[in-house]
Structure formats: structure tokens, C-alpha cells
Design a protein around this ligand. Structure first.
Ligand code: NAD
Length: 276
């Protein structure tokens, strides 16, 4: 991936920032967006120092369709074409369904799912014109549902279904649609999460997750995703945990869930009775 025009949402932190920096180092032109203008600025400064091609940054909320549409207009006016869109921005939340308000549940869907839909719609004409790549961030939790993450799992399964359907629709236009399933990646995602009232020890939960689950360095995750895009892969599994769950699901479609839930429950420290 060199000399391409690439759009990345959620570029202010974690996987999005690493994608931006690695693509900057290869001289790609980057249009970066994030909700947090300060984090976005830091990524832009680092990308410039590394030697990116033309750079454009925009603070926006991916769940706001009008803002995403304006951004697409701005990017196509500046760059002319768009080769790759990476719908990466995402959030999570810790809390069981019963103690999550409808508003909090909807917020996760608004960002993780509708953000992907708005980005895909806004950049579709440009991607059709370039026969480019549309890359959507799902998750390991878009392969398996786990307790305490009903909102996040719903959003990431939705991204997967949306991406698979769109892939069929856009095949004739030569647009590559990739769905990315990272396992645990060391980023800010758990620290930026919202919690429901039932989570009594948030710091302990975050520490446990960082120690047991969020282990793959973000730069390694970005490297795997970029290679997947370069090879125009349809499913990009990131990390041994994502590959393991995917394999188990294919080999033992009925029997795998008990084992995986036990492993994931242990990693997050949920007590046995709280797990299915
Ligand atoms: P992160 O929290 O480090 O980065 C997410 C970025 O998205 C932040 O800069 C944040 O400001 C931005 N963002 C949040 N809401 C936004 C909004 N409404 N509009 C625009 N930008 C917004 O998280 P990350 O781990 O790098 O996550 C990147 C993607 O990878 C997400 O979609 C996440 O669900 C997915 N993912 C992460 C992991 C993991 O273990 N870290 C695992 C599976 C999937």
C-alpha cells in the first residue's frame, strides 16, 4: 500500500493511530477523523514527521450522518479519489443487558454500527470510482457473543453481516469489502469504556483485561490489517485469539461455545455463575 488515498476514522488512538502512522511511513495520503480533536492532532503531527503524503484531519462524530457526509465531500474535493476507507472508530461498554439503559445500548450501536454505515454510504461513490477497498472493523465479538457485552456484540455482529452483504452487492463494481476481526489488542478501548452501575470495581476489571486479554500490540494489529488490505482479503483475523475462536467455531460449530465462554470468563474475571 503505497501512494494511495486512505481515509481512517478513529485515528486518534490505538489501532486507528497505528494504521495512520504505518501508512504515513509509506507515503500514502491520509484523511483522518476522530471525535477527540487533541488525539487527532497528535496523530497528524506524528504522521507529518514520519513523512506522510498529503494530510487532512477532521474532528467529527461518526454516528452523525451529516458530519460524515461533509467529511466525504471535503476529502474527495481535496484528494480527487479515495482508494481505501477504514471504518475503525469504535467504543465499548461493560455491563449486562438488564442493567444497561436503552440509551446506553443505542449509543454503542450508533458509533460501532451506524458509524460504519454512514462512512460506507458517504464514500461509496468514490470507492466505486477507484475500485477501492472498504474496510470495516468488527471484532472477535463479531464471531461470538459473550456475557456483559450484548451491546458491543450486537454492534460487531451487525458490522459483519453488513460487510458480507455489501461485499456481494459491490463485487460487480470491483470494490473490495473487508471485515476485520481483532482479538484483544493493547489500546485505550477499555479505559475509554462506559460502565453500568453494577460494575463495582472498574479499575480492577480494566487491569485484569489489560493483563489477560488486551495483549497484542496495536502496531502488530495494524501491520496485519494493512497486509490484509493489500492482499484484498475478505476476512482479516487479527491475533491468535481471533484465529483460535474462528477455527473452533468452524471445527466444532455446536460444542465450541462452552469452552470459549469459560476461557473468556476466566480472562475477564467474571464469576462462573455470571457466564452462560
Ligand atoms: P481506542 O479507544 O484506542 O481508539 C478508538 C478511537 O475512536 C479513539 O481515538 C476515539 O476517540 C475514536 N472514537 C470513539 N468514538 C468516536 C466517534 N463517535 N466518532 C469518531 N471517533 C470516535 O480503541 P481501539 O482498540 O483502537 O479500537 C479501534 C477499533 O477496533 C474499534 O472499532 C474497536 O471496537 C475495534 N476492536 C478493538 C479491539 C481491542 O482489543 N482493542 C478488539 C476488537 C475490535
Amino acid at each position: 500500500m503505497r501512494s494511495k488515498n486512505v481515509v481512517i476514522t478513529g485515528a486518534g488512538s490505538g489501532i486507528g493511530r497505528e494504521l495512520a502512522l504505518q501508512l504515513a511511513a509509506r507515503g500514502n495520503a491520509l484523511a483522518l477523523a476522530d471525535l477527540d480533536p487533541q488525539s487527532l492532532d497528535e496523530t497528524l503531527i506524528q504522521a507529518r514527521l514520519i513523512g506522510a503524503g498529503p494530510l487532512l484531519g477532521q474532528a467529527l462524530d461518526v454516528s452523525d450522518e451529516a458530519q460524515v457526509r461533509d467529511f466525504a465531500t471535503q476529502v474527495t474535493a481535496s484528494f480527487g479519489t479515495v482508494d481505501v476507507l477504514i471504518n475503525n472508530a469504535g467504543i465499548t461498554r461493560f455491563g449486562d443487558f438488564a442493567s444497561t439503559s436503552a440509551e446506553a445500548f443505542r449509543k454503542v450501536l450508533d458509533v460501532n454500527f451506524w458509524g460504519v454505515v454512514h462512512g460506507s454510504r458517504a464514500f461509496l461513490p468514490a470507492l466505486r470510482a477507484s475500485r477501492g477497498s472498504l474496510v470495516n472493523l468488527s471484532s472477535l465479538f463479531g464471531l461470538i457473543g459473550v456475557a456483559g457485552q450484548a451491546h458491543y456484540c450486537a454492534s460487531k455482529f451487525a458490522v459483519r453481516g453488513f460487510s458480507e452483504a455489501l461485499r456481494q452487492e459491490l463485487k460487480a463494481d470491483g470494490v473490495h469489502v473487508a471485515c476485520v476481526h481483532p482479538g484483544g489488542v493493547r489500546t485505550r478501548i477499555a479505559r475509554s469504556a462506559s460502565f453500568d452501575q453494577a460494575v463495582d470495581d472498574q479499575e480492577a476489571l480494566i487491569s485484569r483485561l489489560e493483563k489477560n486479554t488486551l495483549k497484542l500490540p496495536a502496531d502488530e494489529a495494524a501491520r496485519i490489517i494493512i497486509e490484509g488490505i493489500r492482499l484484498r482479503r475478505e476476512r482479516i483475523l487479527v491475533g491468535r485469539d481471533a484465529k483460535f475462536v474462528d477455527l473452533l467455531q468452524r471445527l466444532l460449530p455446536c460444542a465450541h461455545t462452552g469452552l470459549i465462554h469459560r476461557l473468556l470468563g476466566r480472562a475477564s474475571g467474571r464469576n462462573k455463575s455470571a457466564n452462560p
